[in-house]
Design a protein around this ligand. Sequence first.
Ligand code: GUN
Length: 306
Amino acid sequence: MTHVIDGNAVGDRITDELAESIEKLEANGVTPGLATVLMSDDGASETYVSMKQRACEEIGIEGSHYDINPNVPEEVLIDCIDELNEDPSVHGILVQMPVPDHIDSQAVLKRIDPMKDIDGFHPENVGRLVAGDPRFVPCTPHGVQKLLAATDVDPEGKDVVIVGRSNIVGKPLANLLMQKSDGGNATVTVCHSRTDDLGAKTRRADIVVAAAGVPELVDGDMILDGTTVIDVGVNRVDADNEKGYELVGDVDFESAKENASAITPVPGGIGPMTITMLLYNTVKAASLQADIPVELPDGTSSYRLE
Ligand code: GUN
């Protein structure tokens, strides 16, 4: 029987535990604050940012949001970041990616105060993760790691194949899962668009993480019996419904489910975990900036949905 991993349930459990950390900060006069910045009129990005803001509101994080016209020069975005860096009520700054082509995304990410970089994309935080001393782990990779832990799938000694080499998911996830620490110690292979015979690689894996942004790239033929399959893809494909689209992952769920021992659905798998780990990093940022130690949930108590 294949376990369908419920990201909403695991995310909710971690969020409930985070609420206790927020109470402790509040008792010490600190309300964690998260500022989101959107420089795009892409519908999916708008939806993601509003989901992040809603999650903040529900848990008692002070959310603020800045919409920047996607046609203005880079200086406008940089000035916004500078103001947020200086604002003591803002502990975390998130610039929703992607930004328009005329914006140098690396320059933007470098401008964010590394102590407020709750995405973990600033080179200082990337370097700390690679060096084995993470401060803010990027939210989606962290969500993948917590979901594996909550499902009693320990990456230690396992072959993990990650499909996708983005700075947001593939690269940080590879670093995270090969760390010499709990939740790591895996043997990691990173595949991408130039990989020859992708199926030969995924069929060797104990855990497959699909994060390529290609609808239903990974199907049942590419998954051997007993594999854990984590689908990070969220792709809008045309559909004959009210919205005109539906969401599909990077995995063909129905065929992969035939062979997988555990699999995440889309939606309801990794998506909610990304938001939970954003709240987690925001609470951590507030704790570090206010110098008030709080315990953060480790998400390892097991949870299964048959
Ligand atoms: N775009 C897609 N995923 C993310 C994310 O985790 N953070 C930001 N800032 N942008 C994204």
